[in-house]
Ligand binder design. Structure first.
Ligand SMILES: [Zn+2]
Length: 238
């Protein structure tokens, strides 16, 4: 049977083609954690900190993030299937970052929204999980006016102490969508020394107190997780 067509031959559709923002994501689930407090001095979130859980399952991670004795939490956890669970209200200070510093600012918990990704750091992050993360981040960035520059990994703020979200996390994918900062090009006239590198890393935001080796490892985790060996010119692309 021929389909009924309007006189001008153009079929009108009430639904537009799906775009990134209209791809259905599972509904947000709420599992309130007791582990939160007020943000210091009325600070507002200006960072998003990404983590992996390093636990055997999302269920186990949620249990721990809601255990008052554990004294840890995050605003959100995303499981491998893309299910987002909110544990702490965005206005409140969740306990996910611990000691650390970024761009010369401490108390990262007072300045950030923390997102835990169900992953042990040893395997790639699943597609539905990444799609859900990107969708969640777009909303958070719009609500709090956070720029791509404000999206960091736990390891960026705590070099030498934390390595998550780890070498398997696809930062380039986020950068392509304006959801994280892409690395700069390495300058041509660079002095290949530890001091010069530490200066460049500090200028890029890696101001936490840590050894040269720890900072180099943290910057590579973020911008070039495949790179091994001694300091090279490409390490200045931060
Ligand atoms: Zn972490």
């Amino acid at each position: 049977m021929a389909m009924a067509m309007p006189a001008n031959g153009i079929r009108h559709r009430s639904d537009s083609p799906p775009t990134a923002s209209t791809v259905p994501t599972p509904a947000l689930r709420q599992v309130p954690s007791p582990n939160y407090g007020p943000r210091r001095d009325g600070l507002r979130p200006r960072l998003i900190v990404l983590h992996y859980t390093a636990m055997r399952s999302a269920v186990a991670a949620i249990e721990r993030l809601c255990d008052a004795k554990a004294e840890v939490s995050a605003h959100y956890l995303i499981d491998a299937g893309g299910q987002i669970t909110q544990l702490v209200a965005e206005e409140a200070r969740a306990w996910h970052a611990g000691d650390g510093e970024w761009q010369g600012l401490d108390d990262i918990n007072s300045r950030s929204i923390g997102i835990e990704l169900d992953n042990r750091g040893t395997h790639p992050f699943c597609e539905p999980q990444m799609v859900a993360l990107e969708d969640l981040m777009r909303g958070i960035m719009a609500r709090w006016n956070i720029s791509a520059d404000g999206v960091i990994g736990h390891s960026d703020a705590a070099p030498g102490r934390k390595v998550d979200p780890g070498a398997r996390f696809d930062w380039a994918r986020l950068a392509h969508q304006g959801l994280a900062r892409a690395p700069t090009k390495a300058p041509h006239d660079v002095t290949l020394s530890e001091e010069a590198f530490l200066q460049a890393a500090q200028a890029a935001g890696f101001t936490a107190d840590a050894s040269f080796e720890a900072i180099l490892h943290a910057t590579r985790l973020r911008f070039a997780p495949w790179r091994q060996g001694p300091l090279c010119i490409e390490d200045f692309a931060l």
